[in-house]
Design a protein around this ligand. Structure first.
Ligand SMILES: Cc1cc2nc3c(=O)[nH]c(=O)nc-3n(C[C@H](O)[C@H](O)[C@H](O)COP(=O)(O)O)c2cc1C
Length: 335
């Protein structure tokens, strides 16, 4: 499946595995890249040393292109330092998201690193298109993790009309080949999938043993979800004591923590502020029933924990089949 995205990035399939904090580590990224899509290591949640080790690990495991995701809101922990590590290590591709990614885009470009930027609103899309990234990722509200307020399809359609020759990639709600086919049919150059790859065998493989049970529970909860039990609410950030930029909030699966705190922003903010940094969220993380399970509505499309390479192969196969059927059904020959 060739698109402007695969051409520009030197990959075989127009699928990007989302950077998912430092947890989405080298095992997942290199399994995805090895399968011909673009694997990504996340960086938020750990320090520069961990990122450097993870980049080196990716290099040991694959010679295919992979990406490093850096979160660019001003007060993101270690934000700029993480970007500098990625540049020093000469990673092939960097993916930026949130806040103001423009200075980081310029920094990457000056260093000769291919750069993808994920945006959540139209104003940012216009500004980033003007700066001509290697691709623009349009992220809709259905997404897992942090996201904006726009629905994926109509937001992407608007941006596609503005994008000229810059490849546009859809993120948010894509969990299988139907989403990929829809994205390509509307003119996008590919998709990002996060939630689907969180429920892969490789996600967070190699993490601390004490988190293994929580993680297994989280993946099982994504499999069990029909897509209707996610929550988009500030309490998810209040639990960390972090404020994300305007119009950006987290989406996660409902659980005992969300049941207890949904909508009680101010109360939770005050409780968390009275405790040492990150103590509250670390307390939540100890139990599977309270740990924040970042995941989006595409949870409803996840029916099994699978190896990442199988997810890539099945997604491509289903999209190819569907696009062929569309051409046959509508009497339109593929271009
Ligand atoms: C578990 C999880 C963690 C995420 N962490 C990050 C992150 O660290 N940086 C980032 O830019 N986006 C992050 N995202 C959002 C993704 O970049 C992407 O937009 C989203 O996963 C796409 O929607 P989907 O979950 O429906 O596939 C995360 C998403 C999930 C599910």
């Amino acid at each position: 499946m060739r698109t402007e995205l695969t051409e520009r990035l030197g990959i075989e399939h127009p699928i990007i595995q989302a950077g998912m904090s430092a947890e989405g580590g080298p095992a997942l990224a290199t399994a995805v890249s090895g399968a011909g899509a673009l694997g990504t290591i996340g960086s938020i949640g750990a320090g520069p040393d961990v990122l450097e080790q993870q980049i080196k690990r990716c290099r040991d495991l694959t010679d295919k292109p992979f990406s490093v995701n850096v979160v660019t809101f001003d007060w993101a922990p270690f934000g700029q330092q993480l970007l500098e590590v990625a540049i020093e290590q000469q990673v092939p591709i960097v993916t930026l998201s949130f806040g103001n990614p423009l200075p980081s885009l310029e920094r990457c470009r000056a260093a000769g690193v291919k750069t993808l930027v994920q945006v959540q609103d139209l104003e940012s899309a216009r500004a980033i298109l003007h700066a001509a990234p290697d691709a623009l990722i349009v992220q809709g509200n259905e997404a897992g993790g942090h996201t904006g307020r726009r629905g994926t399809l109509n937001f992407a359609a608007q941006v596609l009309d503005l994008a000229g020759n810059i490849p546009v990639v859809l993120a948010g709600g894509v969990g299988n080949g139907r989403g990929l086919a829809a994205a390509l049919a509307m003119g996008a150059a590919g998709v990002v999938m996060g939630t689907r790859f969180k429920a892969s065998e490789e996600f967070a493989d190699g993490g601390p043993p004490e988190s293994a049970a929580v993680l297994r529970w989280q993946k099982d909860a994504i499999v069990a979800s029909d897509g209707s039990n996610t929550l988009y609410d500030e309490i998810l950030d209040n639990a960390y004591g972090l404020a994300w930029p305007n119009q950006v909030t987290g989406r996660a699966l409902r659980n005992r923590f969300t049941q207890e705190w949904e909508g009680r922003h101010e109360e939770l903010r005050q409780k968390v502020a009275a405790e040492p940094p990150f103590a509250f969220v670390q307390g939540l993380a100890r139990s599977p029933e309270t740990a924040i399970n970042w995941a989006g509505e595409s949870s409803g499309l996840v029916d099994e924990i699978k190896p990442a390479a199988q997810i890539v192969a099945e997604t491509v196969q289903q999209a190819e089949q569907l696009l062929g059927q569309v051409a046959a059904r509508t009497g339109s020959a593929p271009a």
